[in-house]
Each structure stands twice: as structure tokens, then as C-alpha cells.
Design a binder for this molecule. Structure first.
Ligand SMILES: Cc1ncc(COP(=O)(O)O)c(C=O)c1O
Length: 363
């Protein structure tokens, strides 16, 4: 039965106090609070009336900031409320229903967007085998065999993720090679940059190098510390005509746009976005080192802000008494710990204690 707030009986808060707290510190980077820089930017933007739907000076400044940060002077920039929305807008504006969108076998667009990209675009999504989300360029050649065959969906765009869903990095030379190869095959390239800040910080390269020559990039704000909001950097607008209509159709054209864009302007302006990401990466490195010292097995190498450790089901119960953690594949023992700008060394040490407690069931 649901109680309205006013119906909670006396003493209920004592009961709540006795319920063991399960921490969300590692559930996802979107479990983190909003970064003060983002909140301050929202407050600063909250000054009088302004034009709606993105036609305001704050959004104009944020657009320039995103273009400058990613060294893309000729690009268009749009903002969406969520990463899923940003991916759908990017992919759906590139294709027609007879097209095929290629992606990795662990792509968020494939597994975690409830079919949104296919629903909105009508195109099919084809998964390619990958090493933690890193796709061998040769697979593209292998897959593109029926161009012009009226019976077959026509490959149009490939989407890759930086850093990947398994917390791996596309190295700059690898992403450059992959994208060049895709372009040679007449494919467009989308980079899902939901965690691109973590990749840029970890690779320590200019942002443009972390995403190579991608035609369109979604840039995560929410996971980086914003209250909400992801950007879409459209580097070759001629291939994404009508993108602003898709944004509107699926409800991502914020009327009070300045509150989304102000956060990007502020966090990118002074490098806060990269400081926040570097901190998340450092906490992941601390956790990963601690896990190795415990003698546990990392499911994938830790390269950005996500740590994957093998924890069999019976031990996972113990960990989950303390921490909400995600096990992405029910057929594999890999359990994910995600660090954010707000993760503390104490959080990491508490996670290591929980893993140590579960350890006798792991080894
Ligand atoms: C790689 C990747 N892309 C996109 C998204 C979508 O972000 P949102 O949850 O804001 O829709 C996520 C969220 O987990 C993600 O991990």
C-alpha cells in the first residue's frame, strides 16, 4: 500500500533508520549529485526573461564553447535532456527506414535504449562483435557486402562509444583508423560520448583527438556532473538534415533551453568538465588497484571511470548488502562499479571492504 507523505505513522522514521543503508556511490555516474559548477550556472542563468527554445544568448555562447572545445568551427550543436535522446536524435537524423545502423554488441544504443533508435528511425540496428566495445575495422569490410541489393538494409552509419560501455578507451590511433576505414566504406560515424570527458581526461589528448574524425558526436553532460543534459556536435551537418525536427519530435527541444546549455558553457569554460572526469578516473584507478591487491579478478582492464570485477552470484549478495551495483550481463560474473566527480576515497575504501567481506565466497 502506498502512503501519502502525511499518512506516514509516527515512529516510521525510526524504522527507516534501522533499515541498512545500501549506498548508490557506485551504481552509476548518474547516481551522483549535480556538480556545484553546473548548479551555479543554472542559478546564474535564472535572471529575467529570455528567448525560449534555444534562441537565447546563453545557448549561443554554449554552442560556441562546445565547437571550440572540440575544434569543430563548422559544426552545429544541439542540446538534449538525456544521452538516450541525444543518441536517437543523432542516429535517426542520419538514416531512412531502409538503412542499417552498425554498432558494437554491447552498444548502449543496442541494449539499453529500449529500441529507441530503431523505433524513431525505422532503420535496423546490426551488432558487430567487439572487444569490450572496440570494433576491429576489418569487420566493417566483412559486413558491407550487399550494397545496392534491394532485399537488404543498406549500411549507412556506424556508432561507437568513447569510453566504451565496458569502460575501455579507443586509443587515438585506433579511433582514427576505424573512422577512416568507415569513411572509405562510405559509412558515417557517430561517437556516443556519454563518457567522452572521462576518455579525454584519461587519454590526455585534445578532445577532438579522442573522437577522431567522427561526423557526429554526442557529449555527455549528465554523467560528467550536470543536473541533466547532453550535447550533440554535428560536424558534417549536410548528412544530418532535419536533425532539429527529430529533436523536436521526440521532445528534446527544451523550451527553457538556457538551463541545459548554461551548464555546458560553465563546465567547459574553465576545464571543470575534465577535472571532474579526471577525479572519477582517479577513483576508479584506486578501486581497481585495491581489487587487484585483494587478489580478485578484473573482468576488463580499468581505463576510465568504470571498474568491472568478477563477482559470482553468491558473493554478489554480500556486496549488494552494502552497495547497489549493476551486473550488465546475466551470463557473466562481471559487476560494474562506476566512479563520478563526487566519489570519495572513503567510498572506494568502503567498497573494497565489502568486496573483502564477500571474498571468501569469490575465491
Ligand atoms: C554509453 C552510454 N550512452 C548513452 C547513455 C544514455 O544516457 P541517459 O541515461 O542519460 O539516457 C548511457 C547511460 O547509461 C551510456 O552509458
Amino acid at each position: 500500500m502506498l502512503f501519502a507523505a502525511t499518512m506516514i505513522p509516527r515512529g516510521a522514521s525510526d524504522i527507516m533508520d534501522r533499515v541498512p543503508a545500501v549506498s548508490s556511490a557506485f551504481a552509476s555516474d548518474n547516481a551522483a549529485p549535480a556538480h556545484p559548477k553546473a548548479l551555479d550556472a543554472i542559478l546564474a542563468a535564472n535572471d529575467g526573461t529570455t528567448t525560449s527554445y534555444g534562441d537565447d544568448p546563453i545557448t549561443a555562447r554554449a554552442i560556441e564553447r562546445v565547437k571550440e572545445t572540440f575544434d569543430s568551427p563548422g559544426a552545429d550543436v544541439l542540446f538534449a535532456f538525456t544521452g538516450t535522446g541525444a543518441n536517437i536524435i543523432a542516429l535517426a537524423s542520419a538514416v531512412r527506414p531502409f538503412h542499417e545502423i552498425l554498432c558494437s554488441d554491447i552498444a548502449h544504443s543496442l541494449l539499453d535504449e529500449a529500441g529507441g533508435p530503431t523505433l524513431v528511425s525505422g532503420a535496423s540496428l546490426l551488432a558487430l562483435p567487439s572487444d569490450d566495445g572496440i570494433i576491429d575495422p576489418a569487420l566493417l569490410t566483412h559486413r558491407i557486402t550487399r550494397r545496392g541489393d534491394v532485399h537488404h538494409s543498406q549500411p549507412r552509419i556506424v556508432t561507437i562509444t568513447q569510453s566504451t560501455e565496458n569502460g575501455r578507451l579507443w586509443q587515438p590511433d585506433a579511433i582514427a583508423e576505424f573512422i577512416d576505414h568507415a569513411h572509405d566504406l562510405d559509412l558515417l560515424v557517430h561517437v556516443d560520448g556519454s563518457r567522452v570527458a572521462n576518455a579525454v581526461a584519461a587519454l590526455d589528448v585534445p578532445p577532438a583527438q579522442a573522437v577522431g574524425d567522427a561526423d557526429i558526436v554526442t557529449i555527455g553532460g549528465t554523467k560528467n556532473g550536470m543536473l541533466f543534459g547532453d550535447a550533440i556536435l554535428v560536424r558534417r551537418p549536410e548528412h544530418f538534415t532535419g536533425i532539429e525536427f527529430v529533436q523536436k519530435q521526440i521532445g528534446h527541444l527544451a523550451s527553457k533551453h538556457r538551463y541545459v546549455s548554461a551548464q555546458f558553457d560553465a563546465m567547459l569554460a574553465d576545464g571543470t568538465w575534465l577535472d571532474a572526469a579526471a577525479h572519477a578516473n582517479a577513483m576508479a584507478a584506486r578501486l581497481s588497484t585495491g581489487i587487484t591487491h585483494l587478489g580478485l579478478h578484473l573482468s576488463t582492464p580499468t581505463e576510465a571511470n568504470e571498474v568491472f570485477v568478477d563477482v559470482p552470484a553468491e558473493a554478489l549478495e554480500v556486496v549488494r548488502e552494502h552497495f547497489a551495483v549493476h551486473a550488465p550481463d546475466p551470463h557473466k560474473p562481471a559487476v560494474r562499479f562506476v566512479c563520478s566527480w563526487a566519489t570519495t576515497a572513503d567510498d572506494v575504501d568502503a567498497a573494497l571492504r565489502a568486496l573483502a567481506q564477500a571474498q571468501d565466497r569469490i575465491i
